[in-house]
Design a protein around this ligand. Sequence first.
Ligand SMILES: CC(C)(COP(=O)(O)OP(=O)(O)OC[C@H]1O[C@@H](n2cnc3c(N)ncnc32)[C@H](O)[C@@H]1OP(=O)(O)O)[C@@H](O)C(=O)NCCC(=O)NCCS
Length: 221
Amino acid sequence: MNHQIIIVGSGGHAKVVADIVMLGGQFTIAGFLDDVHADRYGTRFFGSTVLGGTDLLASLGRQGVSHGFVAVGQWQARVTAAERLRASGLSLPVLRHPAATIARDVAAGDGTVFMAGAIVNPGTTLGTNVIVNTAASVDHDCEIGDAVHIAPGARLAGHVRVGRGAWVGIGAVVIDRVSIGAGAVIGAGAVVVKDIPDGVVAFGNPASVVRRVIDAETASL
Ligand SMILES: CC(C)(COP(=O)(O)OP(=O)(O)OC[C@H]1O[C@@H](n2cnc3c(N)ncnc32)[C@H](O)[C@@H]1OP(=O)(O)O)[C@@H](O)C(=O)NCCC(=O)NCCS
């Protein structure tokens, strides 16, 4: 019998995550939880139901739900919800779309997802709750921190380091051996050729720092 999994989040990103869960065939989706959009409670979503908020976790555990996954974009919210799942005794799997190409020695922390077309090459490590989004590539020997989001089509060369909670925007390019600071936001299409400090927004070609990150910045998914 399949394990039952609960997904936290009920937006577009949650839909993509749910699709990967279904393709894997290992889990049955027990429902979706959402602490932000109470108006969605009781509504149908991607073949299942938005059951309520994460206050339901204890009762879901008693009903046989053994696994959970957080599918929200904002990284602090993702980390908080993941901690809540773990504290409720649920296990967070690593999810991998069947069309993702992940080298055999790649180590990824729990709650991490590899979307369709993602490529991760040997020697790379990824923390917990990371998103390697559609068609993003992370080359050899990179260090990707917890709760990082590599957006669709972004490309990281070898030996790149990305700090906790950073967001590498859609289509950005990062040359080899560059470090991106914790909580940094790299704008769409940026070409990052030198280190980016913690907590700043940078974009352009070559990417330059334009300002500090505002708290709600990464709430876009
Ligand atoms: C970098 C980013 C966060 C900046 O957002 P912002 O501060 O709200 O920026 P604004 O939209 O107010 O734009 C401010 C200026 O910067 C420019 N700008 C914004 N993002 C830019 C980018 N990525 N590259 C070049 N210029 C950019 C705008 O054109 C604007 O220029 P102007 O003042 O001459 O008109 C955002 O534009 C971005 O690139 N987000 C990434 C989105 C993404 O990857 N989504 C994937 C979801 S899975």
